[in-house]
Design a protein around this ligand. Structure first.
Ligand code: ADP
Ligand code: GN1
Ligand code: MG
Length: 360
């Protein structure tokens, strides 16, 4: 879908109950899925305007219902407005609008916040763990059965393997022959990487309300105190596994190099950051079961491999899912994730040891 013109953008914004006339609307953030803009009105009040990806999310009304339910529930426990994402309703009272240029929503901009791509200090990473752990804890009694699955089987690893096989076989871009090494690495771990899904199905791991996309840039810290403020990007809040929420934060924030680094020798797991995140998560979310605790390292390794596999699948398929900004971007991202998995395997005992120590 084409991007709307400036005039069309104003038309979209006119459908929302903003406080004053719009004076600017600029591209914002670095997410891979939605299109985000920061909007300022004449009084200087700021908003986040987002086009929700129809390519990724097949039932946007259901997705918006999830966000409305979850943010309402969290707001009842958090009187501080900046602690919970808050939608600006459309003039017809709905939480989103449907236009010829796609589905759009508006959030109040959380003022006085920062959003990081990498932790600047261990304390920042600790605070992100507090935010995601608290999110999990505050939703512990939310009626999980009321949530829609916004992306079916999102972290169902055996299904991700099936999809990779399918794309490899079809090979629509003729790229399969370039990626034999990556494919071999992923397939060699298939049995082990299905462990969490099997434990979910047998009831050994509990179903929880999870965020499912716990990157550091999906949390806001207070700019003044640098304390945990607000969890954002709630499109994938669904029933899921706590160990994957933990793991995805580790994948992104405890890596020594960016997600799309080409300098593979610089990509590794920083064990000190792993420790700091584990400490924050266990303190703010103390009710994890013994089995969940035991499986935290597996959550990190599995979600990192799954992410690498998803980047690879999208590369083979012609880059339709993740926004790409340079040639072979998804292949580069895949290689960086697999390098991180390799390093986690080297540090496997240390990861377990750290969870044990931080649990005391
Ligand atoms: P995506 O799904 O594309 O990652 P996000 O919802 O994460 O989209 O938004 C992209 C970026 O916009 C975030 O990383 C953050 O920097 C910023 N952002 C989103 N919502 C808010 C908000 N309510 N207040 C301040 N910044 C926000
Ligand atoms: C996407 O939207 P964003 O950039 O926060 C993706 C995550 C991936 C991540 C990799 C809905 O997250 O699952 O882990 O990119 N979100 C969706 O950076 O697929
Ligand atoms: Mg995001």
């Amino acid at each position: 879908m084409n991007a709307p013109t400036d005039q069309q953008m104003l038309e979209i914004l006119s459908l929302f109950a903003l406080e004053g006339p719009v004076v600017s609307c600029e591209p914002y953030g670095s997410g891979h899925i939605n299109t985000t803009r920061m909007v300022t009105d004449a009084a200087g009040k700021r908003y986040i305007l987002q086009r929700i990806s129809e390519n990724v999310f097949k039932d946007i009304p259901a997705l918006m219902e999830n966000i409305q339910m979850v943010t309402d529930y969290l707001r009842r426990q958090n009187p501080d407005q900046r602690r919970v994402l808050s939608l600006v309703p459309a003039k017809d009272g709905s939480s989103y609008v449907r236009t010829p240029w796609g589905y759009w929503r508006v959030y109040h901009f959380v003022e006085g916040s920062i959003c990081l791509q990498q932790p600047e200090t261990p304390r920042d990473f600790y605070e992100s763990a507090i935010a995601f752990g608290r999110f999990q804890q505050e939703l512990a009694h939310f009626p999980v059965e009321q949530l829609h699955e916004t992306i079916p089987d999102f972290h169902h690893v055996p299904h991700r393997y099936q999809r990779l096989r399918q794309v490899l076989q079809q090979d629509p871009m003729g790229r399969a022959s370039q990626v034999q090494e990556e494919v071999d690495f992923i397939l060699a771990r298939e049995q082990e990487m299905g462990t969490a899904q099997r434990m979910l199905e047998s009831g050994q791991l509990p179903v929880r309300v999870t965020h499912n996309d716990t990157k550091l840039n999906n949390v806001l810290l207070d700019a003044a105190t640098r304390k945990a403020l607000c969890v954002i990007d709630l499109d994938t809040v669904m029933p899921g596994l706590s160990i994957f929420d933990f793991g995805d934060s580790i994948r992104f924030g405890a890596a020594t190099a960016p997600e799309d680094t080409t300098e593979l020798e610089k990509q590794s797991l920083d064990l000190e950051r792993f420790r700091v995140y584990t400490r924050g998560y266990l303190r703010s979310c103390p009710d994890l079961t013994e089995t969940e605790l035991e499986m935290l390292p597996m959550g990190a390794r599995t979600i990192t491999l799954e992410c690498g596999m998803r980047f690879l699948t999208d590369y083979l398929d012609g880059d339709h899912y993740f926004a790409v900004h340079r040639p072979q971007h998804n292949l580069i991202r895949c290689r960086s994730q697999l390098q991180l998995v390799r390093d986690m395997e080297r540090k496997w005992q240390d990861m377990h040891q750290i969870v044990q120590e931080e649990h005391l």
